[in-house]
Write a protein that binds this ligand. Structure first.
Ligand code: F6P
Length: 411
């Protein structure tokens, strides 16, 4: 900690937001203050904004205890976000020279980036350049993604709250879908790109007061539309209202996304198909034309990642802890790491934070293990349910002013 005295720190948020990404920001900010960092800067719009020197002194905008409490309860990325891929340092060293010149001008001792697998690519590249030029600046990643697809961590902040939203809203949809005495299918489309963790969380809707989803379709299992229709038909022999939870990233056996049957997907900076929506609509239309019953598509879209009013308190707390642990690690001299969760016990649920090498997380996607998906590929197992259940526990009520939750926003 000795050679850190008098230095500033900087933090950025990147990729798709979550309901608790600001709790990690609060964890970074508070811990850096406690460890006596001189100033805590925020990058506006992530690394892309930093390249244009867009920074904010967080001490000038987060002034009271109430500001921190609001930050923890405010969804989306307070600092703004980006989906910007840093070029390789061989290809464009000038980008790194520019970034490090900005960091040095700001007298930065440690840099934190809150994000998913693409954002860890940024931390990985920055720490590699730092090592190359013998920079004393430390770089640590703080995990975040509703997709829960990061390697080397039990789970990612943001996932638990999105899972809680899905389980809660699905139960409400199921109540609504059973009111008429007629055959119907409701297809609910859930985010998660190429990993089915979040769609799998639909299993949490099931309990002694609710049948839950009848089918859960994950990207890990190729979809055969004919077999799917047969399965829906079979289910309708026993119950009139069938509920299907489907991932936006479900693919056909030939590797094409189902949503590509509807429209061509655009590619983002990291080579991912962006805005994968339309799978639910496609399946509902297929059911309606082939089976002929009422079929409704519901797309949770951004609602599932910004629903802070139903966030998991476990998730909010862990997001904060990950931010705090990242700062402590940097102050202890670590760099090129990501804060990761290690589950020590299932009952009672206990997790602690440890540091892992960010190069082993960057750009990788962790799928749901095949053994956690039922043999027929149409549901998840009890093991999956036991894994996800602790992550949605408890609530942190928003601070309601005049009937709506109060948020804090960067002007
Ligand atoms: O980063 C996670 C995620 O929410 C994915 O689940 C989803 O496919 C993607 O982001 C959507 O990206 P955007 O916010 O850029 O539309």
């Amino acid at each position: 900690m000795a050679n850190f005295a008098g230095k500033n720190v900087i933090v950025g948020q990147s990729g798709g937001p979550t309901a608790v990404i600001n709790s990690s920001l609060a964890g970074v900010y508070q811990t850096a203050k406690e460890l006596e960092a001189k100033k805590v800067y925020g990058m506006k719009y992530g690394i892309e904004g930093l390249l244009n020197s867009q920074v904010v002194d967080l001490g000038s905008v987060l002034q009271s205890h109430m500001d921190i409490e609001l930050l923890k309860r405010t969804p989306s990325s307070y600092l703004g976000s980006c989906r910007y891929k840093l070029p390789s340092m061989e290809e464009k060293p000038e980008v790194y020279e520019k970034l490090f010149a900005i960091l040095e001008k700001l007298e930065i001792g440690a840099c934190f980036y809150i994000g998913g697998n693409d954002s860890m690519d940024t931390i990985n590249k920055l720490s590699a350049w730092g090592a190359k030029i013998n920079s004393p600046i430390r770089f640590i990643g703080v995990p975040k993604t509703i997709d829960n697809d990061l390697e080397l961590t039990d789970h990612t902040p943001g996932f638990g709250s999105a899972a809680k939203y899905i389980a809660t809203i699905l139960k409400e949809i199921i109540r609504d879908s059973t009111v008429y005495d007629l055959r119907s299918v409701t297809v609910v489309e859930i985010m998660g790109r190429n990993a089915g963790w979040l769609t799998g969380a639909a299993c949490l809707a099931k309990g002694d007061d609710c049948d839950g989803a009848d089918m859960i379709l994950l990207p890990e299992v190729a979809l055969d539309p004919e077999d799917f229709l047969k399965k829906v038909d079979e289910l309708q022999k026993h119950k009139s209202s069938v509920i299907v939870a489907v991932s936006e990233g479900v693919k056909l056996a030939d590797g094409r996304y189902v949503c590509e049957l509807v429209s061509e997907a655009k590619i983002d900076a990291f080579g991912h198909k962006a805005a994968l929506s339309g799978t639910g609509r496609y399946l509902a239309d297929l059911i309606s034309s082939r089976i002929g019953c009422k079929a409704r598509a519901i797309e949770f879209s951004t609602l599932q990642r910004c629903a802070a009013h139903v966030a998991s308190r476990t998730d909010i707390t862990e997001a904060y802890q990950a931010g705090g642990a990242a700062v402590k690690a940097a102050f202890d001299g670590q760099t090129g790491k990501m804060a990761a969760f290690k589950r020590a016990s299932e009952i009672p649920y206990q997790c602690h934070v440890e540091m892992v090498d960010v190069c082993d997380v960057a750009n990788k996607e962790k799928p749901v293990p095949r053994s956690w998906i039922t043999e027929d590929g149409y549901n998840v197992t009890d093991e999956f349910r036991a894994y996800v259940r602790p992550l949605i526990q408890a609530e942190l009520t928003p601070i309601y002013i005049d009937g709506t939750p109060r948020h804090i926003c960067l002007k």
